[in-house]
Design a protein around this ligand. Sequence first.
Ligand SMILES: Nc1nc2c(ncn2[C@@H]2O[C@H](COP(=O)(O)OP(=O)(O)O)[C@@H](O)[C@H]2O)c(=O)[nH]1
Ligand SMILES: [Mg+2]
Length: 446
Amino acid sequence: MTNTDTIAAISTPAGTGGIAVARISGPAAIAIADAIWQGLPLSHAKSHTAHYGSVMDSDGGELDQAVATVFRAPASFTGEDTVEISTHGSAYVQREILNSLIKAGARMAEAGEFTRRAFANGKLDLAQAEAVADVIASQSREANRIAISQMRGQFSSRLQQLRDQLLQLASLLELELDFSEEDVEFASREALLQIARQVKAEVERLSESFRTGSAIKNGIPVAIIGATNAGKSSLLNALLGDDRAIVSDIHGTTRDIVEDTITIGGYTFRLMDTAGLRQTSDTIENLGIQRSVSAASNAHIIIALIDGSNPTLPQTPPTTASVIWAWNKTDQFPPTAASTDTIDCAISAKTGSGIERLKALLADTAAREAASHAGEILITNARHHQALLQSSQSITRVIQALEANISGDLISIDLRLTIDHLSSILGQITTPEILQSIFTRFCIGK
Ligand SMILES: Nc1nc2c(ncn2[C@@H]2O[C@H](COP(=O)(O)OP(=O)(O)O)[C@@H](O)[C@H]2O)c(=O)[nH]1
Ligand SMILES: [Mg+2]
């Protein structure tokens, strides 16, 4: 697939900035850049060199001083001839340089089109292209680390290995079929089963890493639960350093879940303030309480808040979450001797005392969850998760059939399916619709 048209876009964010970068990619990129350029002709420039000069507006007058960097095909991000022109970041200059480039023959790039071209030209596979978007979106050190490792192809090469193992399995089965009449055994079924079981175990491990991977990417869900008036909303505000949730001494004030994110120690957390748990006949409040229970059961971390003025232990719903027990209102009601064994920290949401310690506990808990996957590949993308679940189902059928000694031609259908699901992650099998839905989520200019 080669593109005959040349695209252009401003790759830096909209608005005024110190510098703005216009990007041009395609067969005519260098000629089009030259048409608006005054200085050493870029057509004479070597690949990977930067040049100082001026850019012209669409009427041919000098628009700005600029630096143009030339990348020649195939050694560029897109695999095509590319020029990046850095100008001063005025909103007017950005608009006008784009007008000039379009007048000179470029077309406005669509969202994600540079990356889509990189994929089409084999510079990246689909999982790596998606990781480019994740690197751009990453909000914390850990989310960034996962995205970078995927962009570099760590996950992709693991998938390639799995595919290779499955292809080996498929060819062994085919040999068995070709020579079935001659009653020779090429590979024992036991050897085939061993490969299939290895693949299944790895596919399932990858698929299970999604719980942690997506939490690190999107924010680790933390539910603050406790009785009404324990100070849950005050705690949310104290953690955020912002008046986000309504605080009042009226029981049952918080009804809907109030949510916001905070980054501590390299991890992003999605903090959820919930309705206090109590018996009430108020219909709306009861709906809020149901939401609290469901938020708490999906949370990876629960902060169970004890009201120092009326200490009862909140009922934590059945969950696999880590629970941090926090005693609140320590400014007026220090923890009782009996409670010190139960609680992890004593805080005052009002004065802020103990909040740093609670933040440290949150970061420690997140680091513990991440450490349980140390050295493993974490997946973060729902599309990849779905494809892994599907390949796990089909490889399970392969294993069952091998165990039942079913004929090879019946097994090869499910084997093919398993390979196809893994290939879809890398984009070796894809449809224009899938590509469209992936790349339109990118920003223009990437
Ligand atoms: N003395 C004291 N009062 C607090 C503290 N945290 C919350 N409160 C008070 O407790 C009441 C209930 O607080 P709120 O955050 O709305 O509790 P929620 O129902 O659990 O969300 C309000 O009057 C708060 O001012 C604290 O650390 N110390
Ligand atoms: Mg509240």
